[in-house]
Design a protein around this ligand. Structure first.
Ligand code: BES
Ligand code: MN
Ligand code: MN
Length: 452
């Protein structure tokens, strides 16, 4: 056993206590009610960085929540790694589906349960602890800069200006992010692609007030009926998106990458059982793993309007709304997609209703190289701790700052995540495996440390 893994085992209870304290802070960036806690969380992260012997720890203000910064400078001749993470979390709703208070962490069955356990508090915490051990052992072989932001879950809207402002301060050879998952604990993987995101909100407007559905129904268009018909025209039975021009920029993935994806361990039966679904959905020419990573998608995230209270109310509502998001792949541009979505959505609306279309935050997709030196550094560390060479795999989620960092700072990213897709991030009962915490810290120790 390496001296790092011995140390990790010795300290493990302390790690869990510290992580629990961090998870107990409800740093929900989307809801202004939690703003005090989000600020408090930034201070707690700063304290953790200081405790790990990082220097120049400070909160860098933005028009929104601050970015926590810390660094460890060792030697001019050493390469510099910029570590990125986010201390904000998604809202915990629906609270009633949690088996416990989402901000009162519970450890059971080898996992720690709390909002943010895997996304992303538990994951950036691994870096803090690994850095502490490597610095303590006097073995750090990189100069380190750490930034932990507080607005990732609401689109990192202040981070581009931040990157421009601190371009010099953030200079690094590569960026390292742990905010994704591995395919399985038995088969480590490194993420090599993220999807982009285009997020729209639509409103379909009918008569100037809610109407009696008996008196008016049949002669006045019902906005909910019309919205549903319009949504039905966005996608065919197989999931193909019907917006003209939507696929124009979609890059086809090479046969060799597809062949490699086909080798990844994946059981469709386990997948269906895990989700309690009889059948999967999607484009027949693509595997499930391909459908959720190299192909673009469209999903209604929420839909509302009319009467949803107790009992029955016969109403022909005046409005209907929906939130509709699209996951994008290289080389789709979310700004172009916003435009063609709006044009198409308005073009399929009947004359009997008016339509408003607005865009929320978006993000560009990203792919990372598997031949770069930085990828190989991560690969080597994973192989040492897991005893197996990691598989490079694209994922379906989005981290828009990856492409932004590339365009603004000119720096490439390595996506070395330690979660699992089954960690229930953004869902009730989010958790992070204790195995993943231990292996994560161990892997990062190997990554950061000089060899004996
Ligand atoms: N950490 C996730 C992204 C992620 C999760 C990537 C799992 C790969 C695997 C990140 O915090 C997130 O939730 N991103 C959002 C987009 C953002 C703009 C709100 C997403 O993917 O929905
Ligand atoms: Mn995240
Ligand atoms: Mn998230």
């Amino acid at each position: 056993m390496s001296s790092f893994s011995t140390k990790i085992k010795e300290n493990f209870q302390d790690y869990l206590t510290e992580l629990s304290d961090l998870l107990a802070i409800p740093s929900v960036s989307a809801d202004p009610q939690f703003s005090k806690s989000v600020h408090q969380c930034a201070h707690t992260v700063a304290d953790l960085l200081r405790k790990s012997s990082l220097n120049h720890v400070e909160l860098l203000e933005t028009p929104g929540y601050p970015v926590v910064y810390g660094e460890k400078y060792v030697d001019e001749s050493y390469p510099t790694i910029l570590v990125y993470g986010h201390y904000d979390v998604q809202p915990a709703d629906p609270i009633e589906l949690w088996h416990q208070d989402p901000f009162n962490p519970v450890i059971k069955e080898g996992k720690i349960y709390a909002r943010g356990a895997a996304d992303d508090k538990g994951q950036f915490f691994l870096h803090i602890k690994a850095l502490a051990l490597v610095i303590q052992a006097n073995k750090l072989k990189y100069n380190i800069k750490v930034i932990i932001e507080g607005e990732e879950e609401v689109g990192s809207k202040n981070l581009e200006a931040f990157a421009l402002q601190y371009k010099e301060k953030l200079k690094a050879d590569f960026i390292l992010i742990s905010d994704t998952s591995m395919i399985a604990n038995e088969h480590p993987s490194i993420t090599t692609g993220l999807r982009g995101l285009c997020y729209m909100e639509v409103e379909v407007i009918g008569p100037n007030r809610d109407l009696h559905s008996g008196v008016y129904g049949g002669a006045v268009a019902n906005p909910i009926n019309e919205l549903c018909k319009m949504i039905a025209k966005l996608q065919d039975e197989e999931g193909k998106i019907l917006i003209p021009g939507f696929y124009d920029q979609v890059a086809e993935v090479s046969e060799s990458e597809r062949a490699r994806m086909a080798q990844a361990p994946f059981s469709i039966e386990d997948y269906k059982n895990h989700l309690d679904i009889e059948e999967v959905f999607g484009e027949k020419d693509y595997s499930v793993l391909e459908r959720v990573s190299i192909r673009p998608t469209i999903d209604v995230n929420g839909i509302w309007g009319g009467y949803i209270g107790e009992g029955a109310k016969t109403v022909l509502p005046s409005k209907a709304n929906a939130k509709i998001s699209m996951r994008l792949v290289p080389n789709q541009n979310f700004l172009d997609i916003e435009k063609i979505f709006e044009d198409y959505f308005k073009s399929i609306a009947p004359k009997s209703v008016k339509v408003k279309v607005n865009a929320h935050h978006g993000g560009h997709p990203a792919v990372t190289s598997i031949t770069s030196e930085s990828y190989q550094i991560a690969e080597k560390a994973v192989e040492k701790s897991y005893g197996k060479k990691p598989i490079p795999l694209r994922t379906g989620g989005s981290i828009p700052i990856v492409s932004m960092f590339k365009s603004v700072l000119g720096i490439d990213t390595v996506l070395l995540g330690f979660g699992l897709d089954s960690d229930a991030i953004h869902s009730p009962n989010e958790h992070f495996g204790l195995f993943n915490i231990e292996k994560g810290i161990e892997t990062l120790c190997y990554l950061y440390a000089k060899e004996d």
